[in-house]
Design a protein around this ligand. Structure first.
Ligand SMILES: Cc1ncc(COP(=O)(O)O)c(C=O)c1O
Length: 422
């Protein structure tokens, strides 16, 4: 079927024999709103429908044994034909094509959650005796998987200090198979130089993986900087409405094929209804992220001048340690602002209780502004000294802005600070 054509789908490609996994994508423009609506989407559908149908089916039929034989031989005219729901679904497949288009990838996969995407991808690439490099500020479940689960399976790892490319270089060994980082990271929004990260890995034949959940393809496309694989928790910005879990993996076709095969074994497939919700959310991705970029920058700037705030972390503030990289690499700083209030744990607790629009909840990237205090949520079992040991300030607050009016979100944050300090 005909697809919307743009440079995102058909960007200039060159063969890179060093990559070991086929073609690499050269830099092309970041996706805009037209791309978010159309890139990778089918133009013709059954019954002339505009919106995609939800193929709510667990299995697929064959007319007769000859039909089945044709399918199994790979000679079926319908290349997208499916056999069983764990191996594929047309509703899911269209969203995968759209993710590939936005990420500038040959191909992409959709999973039941971000963690299903992370775990399946890592498992597809390593075996016992291999070594993995992970940055210390990785999402804690990713770290738990690498350290605990992969460790139990005989895969070794090295934890590298946040953002340290020198640490990465030093950590790579002959058996290093992959390096994974987020960018920006949680909660301090560290941004790594993706081109340098990719080239250090490539020079050592190490697969480079970036979890770009916090950036989205609207703000950066890691593949166009030479990274091998990009992952998103679609639960966040891609879905965008805090109502569905999902995860994506995108990269060169042979690598995605490996991950797809393992997905069929491990079974972390997304339900077609959830896929349709993610696909619908993605239509407004660019609009939402543009608003979230603008609001977060406005909040960060306003907080930086507030007497009750000790420190603000936002990549596009000049005070951020990775400001130069972020400015060169990101279209926008994303929707998350982290800040430390004076007075530690108790003061931060009063501040999160003072928000009137933002809701207290984990997660980010949806239309509703959410606020959380890591000391009370992700790390609730740790005391202040233990928090300090892992680099988390007890007075830290993470604000994940939604798409409400910028002035309202800024006012809510300032109002919460004022209420807590009066
Ligand atoms: C950066 C990052 N990666 C992956 C995940 C996992 O995604 P999910 O919750 O969709 O499994 C999260 C979740 O918070 C995340 O923040």
């Amino acid at each position: 079927m005909q697809q919307y054509q743009c440079d995102i789908l058909y960007g200039a490609k060159k063969l890179d024999p060093e990559a070991g996994f086929g073609p690499r994508i050269l830099p092309v423009k970041l996706p805009d709103s037209t791309d978010a609506v159309h890139a990778g989407a089918l133009r013709e559908r059954a019954d002339h429908a505009l919106a995609p149908a939800i193929a709510q089916t667990a299995t697929y039929t064959f007319a007769d044994s000859a039909d089945l034989e044709r399918f199994q031989s790979g000679n079926d005219a319908d290349l997208d034909r499916q056999e069983y729901g764990r191996y594929g679904n047309p509703t899911v497949r269209e969203v995968e094509r759209r993710v590939a288009a936005l990420d500038g990838a040959d191909d992409a996969l959709l999973f039941a959650s971000g963690m299903a995407a992370v775990t399946t991808t890592l498992l597809a690439l390593v075996k016992a005796g291999d070594h993995v490099v992970l940055f210390r500020d990785a999402y804690r479940r990713t770290r738990q998987f690498v350290v605990g689960t992969l460790g139990r399976l005989g895969v070794e790892h090295t934890l590298v200090e946040p953002g340290s490319l020198e640490g990465l270089t030093a950590a790579i060994r002959p058996r290093t198979r992959l390096a994974i980082t987020e960018s920006p990271t949680n909660p301090y929004l560290r941004c790594i130089d993706l081109a340098r990260f990719a080239s250090i890995c490539r020079a050592q034949r190490v697969k480079s993986i970036v979890d770009a959940t916090f950036a989205t393809p609207v703000n950066v496309r890691p593949l166009s900087h030479g990274v091998d694989v990009v992952i998103h928790s679609a639960t966040k910005y891609l879905g965008g409405h805090n109502d569905v879990l999902g995860g994506t993996v995108a990269g060169a076709a042979p690598l995605i094929s490996l991950v797809r095969d393992l997905r069929g074994v491990l079974g972390g497939v997304v339900d077609p209804h959830a896929a349709a919700l993610i696909g619908r959310g993605m239509k407004t991705l660019s609009l939402r992220v543009e608003r979230q970029n603008a609001t977060a920058l406005a909040v960060a700037s306003a907080l930086e001048g507030h007497a009750a705030v000790e420190r603000v972390y936002y990549p596009l503030l000049a005070s951020h340690p990775d400001h130069a990289v972020a400015k060169a690499q990101l279209r926008g700083g994303g929707g998350v602002v982290s800040f430390v209030v004076k007075g530690g744990r108790a003061a931060a607790r009063r501040v999160i209780d003072g928000f009137r629009i933002a809701r207290i909840a984990p997660s980010l990237g949806g239309v509703e502004t959410l606020v959380e205090q890591p000391a009370l949520m992700s790390f609730h079992e740790l005391d202040d000294a233990e928090l300090a040991a892992i680099g988390i300030d007890a007075g830290l607050i993470r604000l994940a802005v939604g798409v409400e009016e910028t002035a309202d979100v800024v006012g809510d944050a300032l109002g919460a600070l004022d209420a807590a300090t009066m």
